[in-house]
Write a protein that binds this ligand. Structure first.
Ligand SMILES: Cc1cc2nc3c(=O)[nH]c(=O)nc-3n(C[C@H](O)[C@H](O)[C@H](O)COP(=O)(O)OP(=O)(O)OC[C@H]3O[C@@H](n4cnc5c(N)ncnc54)[C@H](O)[C@@H]3O)c2cc1C
Length: 275
């Protein structure tokens, strides 16, 4: 099947995109932003989405940029996975971002898919979704009423659901700079290489920042963050992992075992790094 006809506007500025997302004419509900189209493209071709207009933000310079800010790295929404994989951005997370980017799908997807598109898509199995929850990153949103920021766990309201309101754009995300001696691990299980994960486990221990966080991610529920040294260390026990998963409604024994295996491997990675 082919996509239904639509107008495609390649925007040059955020202001232009915001104006097109808030049309004067009666297109309400029929205008969608797009960036890499790696998730939206199939939806269009299956006619699950039939917008009258696509507002393409992938060429907006302000969204393709990055900046070091006090204690954080601002990543423009239109930055592709490939640019992070290639080390174009400053490494403020001790290699975590670069490593995760290189593990997303395969290079053709990474060349086009963007951080902003992944977060706006809010696929529970998406890698940036789990990573930004792990990092408690700040999502930057622009809309008709100006700019606002939200912590990623609040922004990612549910599967394929975000706090974005009609007419708003995700313009970037701010990730914290890791302290000296920080350790991290990111493990995911995919039944087939290049596919979205069946189970994700991530750990970030950063004594200099006073941070201990872990995330359990899966297709069945939004990534669940565990915070605090004691609670994170407790996840060394497979029974504790099962208990957290049960709280999320994940009790299928195979699914639980996948997660337990990912958490165990994440701890093995962490314990190999000198503290
Ligand atoms: C074969 C395949 C394998 C994949 N494997 C993985 C994987 O292993 N891990 C992983 O994490 N992902 C995976 N993906 C998804 C990929 O990472 C996509 O890049 C990502 O999901 C969407 O990013 P995009 O830039 O293509 O967004 P698009 O497809 O253009 O848009 C996705 C959604 O976000 C909205 N949107 C886009 N940009 C914005 C914005 N700036 N503001 C507000 N809304 C916006 C769109 O309206 C749409 O609803 C895979 C995709 C494919 C096709």
């Amino acid at each position: 099947m082919k996509a239904a006809p639509f107008e495609h506007v390649a925007c040059q500025t955020t202001a232009q995109a915001l104006a097109l997302l808030n049309p004067d004419e009666d297109l309400a509900g029929a205008v969608l932003p797009c960036s890499g189209t790696q998730s939206l493209g199939p939806m269009l071709n299956l006619r699950l989405a039939q917008p009258a207009r696509l507002v393409d933000v992938s060429r907006i310079e302000a969204l393709r940029g990055f900046a070091l800010q006090a204690g954080a790295l601002h990543i423009g929404a239109a930055i592709t996975h490939a640019r992070i994989e290639d080390g174009e951005l400053p490494d403020v997370t001790g290699g975590l971002l670069r490593s995760v980017a290189g593990g997303i799908a395969y290079r053709a997807v990474r060349n086009r898919g963007t951080v902003g598109g992944s977060l706006a898509n809010a696929d529970p199995a998406g890698d940036w979704v789990s990573v930004m929850v792990l990092l408690d990153a700040q999502v930057v949103i622009q809309g008709p009423r100006g700019e606002r920021t939200m912590a990623a766990p609040a922004f990612l309201a549910g599967a394929y659901t975000t706090a974005l309101q009609a007419g708003e754009l995700l313009t970037g995300v701010r990730v914290p700079r890791f302290g000296a001696g920080a350790r991290w691990a990111y493990r995911k299980m995919c039944r087939k290489p290049g596919e979205l994960a069946d189970a994700i486990a991530a750990i970030w221990l950063d004594p200099a920042r006073g941070v201990a966080r872990a995330v359990l991610g899966a297709p069945d529920a939004m990534p669940h963050a565990v915070a605090g040294e004691a609670a994170v260390q407790a996840l060394r026990s497979p029974a504790a992992v099962a208990q957290v998963l049960a709280g999320l409604g994940i009790t299928d024994p195979v699914n639980v075992q996948w997660h337990q295996a990912m958490v165990r491997r994440a701890w093995l990675d962490i314990d190999r790094i000198p503290s």
